[in-house]
Design a protein around this ligand. Structure first.
Ligand SMILES: Nc1nc2c(ncn2[C@@H]2O[C@H](COP(=O)(O)OP(=O)(O)OP(=O)(O)O)[C@@H](O)[C@H]2O)c(=O)[nH]1
Ligand SMILES: [Mg+2]
Length: 201
């Protein structure tokens, strides 16, 4: 069992010089705009309002860093979480989108303390073109990826396993790297932490 002893906001950054020091193993959360990245961090840390959640897509526009102090089997570890702006948000200009993309890819390619990436997809929608592209990009960049299919609460129980298998197939990743999740129903929280604990070991 993994316990979250503490979770706190660290800093916000746009450019590399604003990133916090790489003195803790880091996990980044990526996914389409409005998919539920910020909600997932709140659910994982058990803090309702650690990260701002919104009905308006494109709410998170900067890199936001959080520290979570974890404990498992008497071992304590600080893991740094990076909430990234979502991709695929249509209602911004080309220039703005290009600058977001640069901010995200610079981070994903250059961040040396980054141990793994949680790629979040919508369980109800399934993996989109954008998700497929992002997964391929992350794998190609040599990043260790865990796929979290969130909003699983929106799927009837009988549809969940087949949908997770379909997502794995579409993203061309092993079935056991796709975990179901729900921020509202708190599904998958221990499983995601176990996976992140291993990634940061
Ligand atoms: N039913 C359900 N709704 C969710 C879940 N997670 C998030 N939501 C809702 O989805 C919307 C977007 O959630 P956010 O966590 O802000 O999404 P985000 O990916 O951080 O969005 P951006 O920062 O805009 O990219 C909000 O209305 C949430 O309440 C979930 O597990 N189940
Ligand atoms: Mg967000």
């Amino acid at each position: 069992m993994i316990r979250v002893l503490d979770a706190r906001f660290l800093t916000t950054a746009v450019e590399e010089k604003g990133w916090p020091p790489g003195d803790a193993p880091e996990i980044a959360f990526v996914g389409r705009s409005n998919v539920g990245k910020s909600s997932m961090i709140n659910a994982l840390t058990g803090r309702r309002k650690l990260v701002r959640v919104s009905n308006t897509p494109g709410r998170t526009r900067t890199l936001n860093f959080f520290d979570a102090v974890l404990e498992k089997d008497g071992l304590r570890r600080t893991v740094r979480l990076a909430d990234l702006p979502g991709y695929g948000f249509a209602r911004v200009s080309h220039a703005e989108r290009a600058s977001w993309e640069r901010m995200i890819t610079t981070y994903l390619e250059r961040r040396t303390s980054l141990r793994g990436v949680v790629a979040i997809v919508d369980a109800e929608v399934g993996a989109t073109e954008d998700d497929v592209r992002t997964l391929a990009y992350l794998v190609n960049a040599g990043r260790q990826v865990l796929v979290a299919a969130t909003k699983l609460d929106r799927l009837g129980k009988a549809h969940r396993k087949p949908q997770l298998a379909a997502i794995a197939e579409r993203l061309s990743v092993p079935r056991d790297t796709v975990l179901g999740f729900s921020a509202t129903d708190k599904l998958g929280v221990p499983q995601v932490w176990e996976s992140l604990w291993m990634a940061t070991s």
